[in-house]
Design a protein around this ligand. Structure first.
Ligand SMILES: Nc1nc2c(ncn2[C@@H]2O[C@H](COP(=O)(O)OP(=O)(O)OP(=O)(O)O)[C@@H](O)[C@H]2O)c(=O)[nH]1
Length: 356
């Protein structure tokens, strides 16, 4: 039987932007076998949405950190785990037998893994020793989008690394992918040791992937050891890091409004966001308040240029009300998008006043 002081297994769930990580987390937290699982979500950009998209009861430990993991990974992950440990010690939360960390879709897994494995990133504070004693990295699971995954691999090294470090690769969107491909064969060059799972196979059991053994890089591609070593040597100076930027090219920004939007307005906005003029768009997600029923927000998602079916929630998932839309991409015409959004909000307000 597990004792309170036994180290807690940490599973890293990674995968590129929009590959289906939060959808998998929702599957996990709805499983009774995962009742004692704490969830930590790191989101890119300064406005968090994912915590509101994870359907978890209030009794579950769920924390979101925002920002870009590329240079703050080590301290962010260790701080989050230390806070969890303290909450356990003080009895502020119920038992925790497992932690799942969802990385941002842009995360390089190397610094995160280094912060969790013996011999990885050196301890810089007492906190780090406590984390090393009370938690261990159990495994890495990577969501791979079978629709957009290939184009991701062609453009983003982060996508390669997320696959290369995986113990298990979950093939997502196989329910809507038109092309059936032999992904294990195609991706073997990046990760010869990975086990592949079709998320829509009848016998797919996500919980069974969260086993006991500590994470190991043996049998993975040679690059993996090199990336970890390089990452350990890389200097990560303490400096202010813009949480809305990743490297020089990718940036996030958000559109917010307290006033509800007219349902027609959201159609116009979505159409323009995925139009060819906005071709740098990589990801868009949001919660939208609509004037026809402001208490029932609409969830919107786009991955690259495909808008996913919208969903109307029965109520606001958290305390925060009002529209929040996050856009992530390269060279996005931010000024024009903001101007359009402001015009649509103004139009909705005017329409609301006229019909009142
Ligand atoms: N049809 C289908 N849609 C999926 C599947 N997995 C995820 N989606 C949809 O893809 C969109 C993005 O899914 P998320 O789970 O939010 O992806 P994510 O990886 O958490 O996204 P980021 O946190 O922004 O990186 C949503 O509209 C999901 O409903 C799948 O297997 N099939």
């Amino acid at each position: 039987m597990k004792q309170f002081y036994d180290p807690v297994a940490v599973t890293l769930l990674t995968g590129f932007l929009g590959s289906g990580k939060t959808t998998l987390i929702n599957k996990l937290v709805s499983d009774p076998r995962m009742a004692d699982t704490a969830v930590i979500i790191n989101e890119f950009g300064s406005i968090a949405i994912d915590h509101d998209l994870v359907r978890t009861g209030s009794e579950r430990y769920l924390r979101t950190t925002t920002g870009c993991l590329c240079c703050s990974a080590t301290s962010d992950i260790r701080t989050s785990l230390y806070e969890l440990h303290e909450a356990r010690m003080k009895g502020a939360i119920g038992p925790v037998s497992r932690v799942v960390i969802e990385t941002t879709g842009l995360a390089d897994p190397a610094p995160i893994i280094n912060s969790l494995i013996p011999g990885g990133a050196p301890a810089t504070a007492q906190r780090d020793h406590a984390v090393a004693r009370h938690f261990y990295l159990q495994g890495v699971i990577t969501a791979f989008d079978t629709i957009d995954g290939r184009s991701t691999l062609a453009s983003f090294i982060e996508g390669w690394k997320q696959l290369a470090f995986a113990d298990d690769v979950i093939l997502t969107k196989t329910d809507i992918a038109e092309e059936k491909r032999n992904w294990p064969q195609e991706l073997a060059v990046l990760n010869p040791a990975a086990r592949f799972h079709d998320r829509h196979a009848p016998d797919f059991d996500l919980v069974s992937l969260l086993g006991e053994p500590p994470y190991s890089v043996s049998h993975k591609a040679e690059d993996v050891n090199g990336w970890l070593a390089m990452e350990r040597l890389a200097a990560h100076p303490e400096h202010d890091h813009d949480p809305n930027r990743h490297g020089d090219e990718i940036e996030a920004f958000s559109l917010t409004s307290e006033a509800p939007l007219d349902p027609d307005a959201i159609g116009i906005l979505l159409g323009l966001l995925v139009s060819p003029q906005n071709r740098g768009l990589i990801r868009m997600k949001g919660l939208v308040a609509l004037s026809d029923d402001p208490e029932r927000p609409m969830v919107i998602h786009a991955v690259q240029h495909r808008i996913d079916p919208t969903v109307r929630l029965p109520e606001w998932p958290g305390e925060e009300r009002g529209t929040r839309i996050v856009l992530i991409g390269m060279d996005l015409p931010q000024k024009q998008i903001r101007a359009l959004f402001a015009a649509l909000v103004a139009r909705s307000n005017k329409k609301g006043r006229t019909s009142a």
